[in-house]
Design a protein around this ligand. Structure first.
Ligand SMILES: Nc1ncnc2c1ncn2[C@@H]1O[C@H](COP(=O)(O)OP(=O)(O)OP(=O)(O)O)[C@@H](O)[C@H]1O
Ligand SMILES: [Mg+2]
Length: 402
């Protein structure tokens, strides 16, 4: 299947945007991945959607097409901009080309004219785009970290979200959080983002997932942290197969450094796909009898699925003993030790949840936040640490070499 040119349509008139979109529907070479009604919206959308081509109206109230072109050329340099204008805007058009537009279309245009301009801009910028998207060199090999617990309500989403935010605060680290709690996922709500599309929409792309396709389904929390949200309604979950979840995670490795996966506390298709795909699985437990029982079962199942011991990291949440069970006893029952423990802190954790701000941001000094940061360092050692280690080794090497 030849690659489709992914187009963002920018025009302040909604009917014009719709007409262009309809025009594109007759041409399989292109696909409209989004629409924007203002220059500001165009920049925000382009940053998230990473389109190949932006069709930019020149005349818009507020930030006009020229200013938006100028900014897009700097902020999303791999997108080729095609300016749309009406007859008699020659001077304007010249300025747009100076600002970085690659081609122009005079309204009204035909579908063929549109395709011709899009292909021309797409092919001319292909090399630049490949280099900027890292295709020319090595592809990314992002790491998948799945968060699971044998019992619900143990704190998976809380940890997944705060871990993702902590990891995305590292310089030039792209993180995505995938909500694989397909029926009752609440990552988007916890992060206070409103998804335009979800995993349920990705189903339509199942036969042609590629590097760029998935970008269209992401919701941006920040430049460095994206969210692939769970379907908004439980009944949409049926269409999301484990195979799809696996394929999505595999694909995301090429575009993100770290892929965090929140799961449901059930061994359903989506969970198993998330656990299979993971380089590391964080299993969360707590100090109550039912959780301990289910954690034990879950660990046994994971063992029977053939997961390596090193892949699993056991974390105790709400570690402050209240009900008479001690962490030590749980370790004995589970025949495993906890890698770390997160204290109970309802004031910080539930308070932050209700304000919909991740606590690692609102309360960075709190013990819970410090623990999340240390878990981040365990599941994904920061690059500085790796290079510091390398530097030490190389120094030692030099020392012996002399
Ligand atoms: N360390 C903690 N101290 C106090 N409260 C916590 C702590 N960790 C999580 N919570 C609270 O426990 C509740 C359940 O947490 P969360 O939703 O993250 O669990 P979950 O495992 O994702 O649940 P589900 O299985 O329903 O998806 C939330 O209200 C959360 O704020
Ligand atoms: Mg959850």
């Amino acid at each position: 299947m030849p690659e489709k040119i992914r187009v963002l349509i920018v025009d302040d008139v909604a009917t014009t945007r719709e007409n262009i979109k309809k025009l594109m529907e007759f041409h399989p070479e292109v696909v409209a991945v989004g629409q924007a009604g203002t220059g500001e919206e165009a920049i925000a959308q382009a940053k998230t959607l990473r389109p190949d081509v932006v069709l930019m109206d020149i005349n818009m109230p507020g930030m006009d097409g020229i200013e938006a072109t100028e900014r897009l050329s700097l902020e999303v340099p791999e997108a080729s901009i095609i300016i749309m204008s009406v007859q008699g805007e020659q001077e304007y058009l010249r300025r747009a080309m100076m600002a970085g537009a690659k081609n122009y279309l005079t309204k009204p245009f035909t579908g063929d004219e549109l395709i011709h301009a899009a292909k021309d801009a797409f092919n001319r910028d292909r090399k630049v785009r490949d280099v900027l998207r890292g295709k020319a060199g090595e592809k990314k090999q992002g790491k998948v970290i799945s968060i699971f617990s044998g019992k619900g309500g143990v704190g998976k989403t809380t940890l997944a979200v705060n871990l993702a935010v902590a990891l995305a605060s590292r310089p030039s680290t792209k993180v995505v959080i995938v909500d694989a709690d397909i029926q009752f996922g609440d990552v988007a709500l916890t992060l206070n983002v409103l998804p335009r599309s979800t995993m349920a929409d990705v189903v339509a792309e199942k036969d042609h997932l590629d590097d760029n396709t998935l970008a269209a389904y992401m919701t941006a929390y920040s430049d460095q942290l994206h969210v692939l949200a769970a379907p908004l309604r439980p009944e949409q979950a049926e269409s999301v197969s484990g195979k799809l979840v696996g394929a999505v995670l595999k694909q995301l490795r090429q575009s993100y450094d770290l892929i965090l996966v929140d799961t449901a506390s059930a061994f359903n298709e989506a969970t198993i796909a998330a656990l299979d795909a993971a380089d590391a699985v964080v299993v969360m437990a707590a100090l109550d009898l039912l959780t301990v029982k289910n954690t034990k079962l879950a660990l046994e199942i994971m063992q029977s699925l053939g997961y390596a011991e090193e892949k699993i990291m056991l974390v105790l949440n709400r570690a402050t003993p209240e009900g008479g069970i001690e962490a030590k006893e749980v370790e004995t029952t589970l025949k495993r030790t906890f890698a770390t423990a997160i204290p109970t802190d309802g004031k910080t954790v539930v308070g932050a949840l209700n304000k919909r701000i991740p606590f690692v941001l609102s309360h960075p000094a709190a013990a819970v936040s410090q623990q999340v940061t240390s878990i981040a360092a365990m599941v994904a050692p920061p690059r500085e640490e790796i290079s510091a280690g390398d530097a030490k080794n190389s120094r030692r090497f030099k020392f012996f070499g002399r």
